[in-house]
Write a protein that binds this ligand. Structure first.
Ligand code: G6P
Length: 369
């Protein structure tokens, strides 16, 4: 990965399109093997995982969102209780530190001041089993953690994180499988099925990237808006949060994400014809519930922009815009669904003429408090 722009107009666009390769590189050690092993996370990993009873994830910004996705995976597949905390909150609050906790930090840079301080706080509390998922080999988080898995996204220049996020998710999924396996929760058959899905992930992302033109079309209609709502449910709720964060960061449009079931507890009051509502609609167990949430928005005149798996039956109609994702990847679906949201933010920013790679007031890496 060179730091030249090449055929792209911006680093963010380049980094969005580098995701298939970034994931393939990150997973090289995993997908090349016929079986998963704890050793992927470091020499002491097997021993540490054997005494792990719960997980505490600490991170900031986009990396925090990947922790939120991981909670759904780790609890459902590895039956491991998980708490995810914003590093700047955790480091300053009195919390209860229980033995058997594995502390995981997630960071693109490995130098974020709050994440580093949160790790040190946990260590002072006696939580010495620590793992970092990080994109920079010689970073402070890598040096200060017992276990590590390097994402191999290559240099990320755009302030709004894209390929670091999806590579973090890929690693967190591998961690989920490794823990499930070590806890006797993963049959050999299921393991090879999920490994096959991981191997297919770069190709699946490549197909999702083909929706760029359609997303660009939507983005032009988004550009004049000042507010937007993002909805998701389950493991796709943090994806809606990440979509809203991307839009805020680079377009300065005020965007909020809600778990769709919470609509009626507040945000529905904001919905009118001026409020675009972006919906993450995977074909999962909650799809029928999500559809009735969409009805609630439509009845109030809100315009829907829905990213739906191909086999989700939602018909396009007046005020209901649909872009279909061809490939759906089961448990890995959140990694696919974030891609069009990245593209939406990118193209809306272009239409608004903002500085995509260096948004006002933000820094790539926040190394001071
Ligand atoms: C800054 C960046 C974000 C990033 C966050 C955490 O706010 O602008 O893109 O998600 O820091 O950074 P880290 O390097 O710890 O992932």
């Amino acid at each position: 990965d060179s730091i030249e722009l090449g055929q792209y107009d911006h680093y963010m666009q380049k980094e969005i399109f580098e995701q298939p390769g970034a994931i393939a590189n990150t997973l090289e050690m995993v997908t090349g093997a016929s079986a998963l092993s704890a050793g992927l996370f470091g020499a002491e990993a097997e021993e540490v995982f054997a005494r792990t009873e719960r997980i505490l994830i600490l991170a900031c910004g986009t990396s925090y969102h990947s922790g939120l996705v991981a909670k759904y995976w780790l609890e459902s597949v590895a039956k491991m209780p998980v708490a995810v905390e914003i590093a700047s909150e955790y480091r300053y609050r009195d919390s209860v530190s229980l033995p058997g906790t594995l502390v995981i930090t997630i960071s693109q840079s490995g130098e974020t001041a709050d994440t580093l301080a949160a790790l040190q706080h946990a260590q002072r509390e006696g939580l010495t089993d620590t793992l970092t998922i990080c994109n920079v080999p010689e970073s402070a988080l890598i040096r200060q953690s017992k276990l590590r898995f390097l994402t191999r996204a290559g240099p990320e220049i755009g302030v709004a994180s894209t390929k670091a996020f999806t590579t973090q998710l890929a690693v967190l999924f591998v961690l989920t499988l490794v823990l499930a396996k070590q806890r006797g929760l993963l049959s050999t058959e299921r393991e090879s099925e999920l490994l096959a899905q991981l191997r297919h992930l770069p190709a699946a992302i490549q197909r999702v990237l083909e929706c760029e033109m359609a997303v660009r079309h939507w983005a032009n209609r988004f550009a004049p808006k000042e507010h937007a709502l993002f909805l998701g449910r389950g493991v796709h709720f943090p994806i809606a949060m990440e979509g809203a964060l991307k839009l805020k960061e680079i377009t300065y449009i005020h965007a909020e994400a809600y778990a769709a079931g919470e609509l009626k507890h507040g945000p529905l009051a904001l919905v009118d014809s001026q409020m675009p509502v972006v919906v993450v609609a995977p074909n999962d167990a909650l799809i029928e519930k999500l559809k009735s949430n969409l009805q609630e928005v439509r009845v109030r005149g809100g315009e829907l922009f829905v990213f739906a798996d191909r086999d989700v039956e939602i018909e396009p109609a007046d005020g209901i815009n649909i872009i279909n994702l061809d490939d759906h990847a089961g448990l890995l679906s959140p990694i696919l669904h974030v891609i069009p949201l990245q593209l939406l933010a990118y193209h809306a920013a272009l239409a608004r003429g903002t500085d995509v790679d260096k948004p006002r007031n933000l820094a790539k890496s926040v190394t001071v408090e």
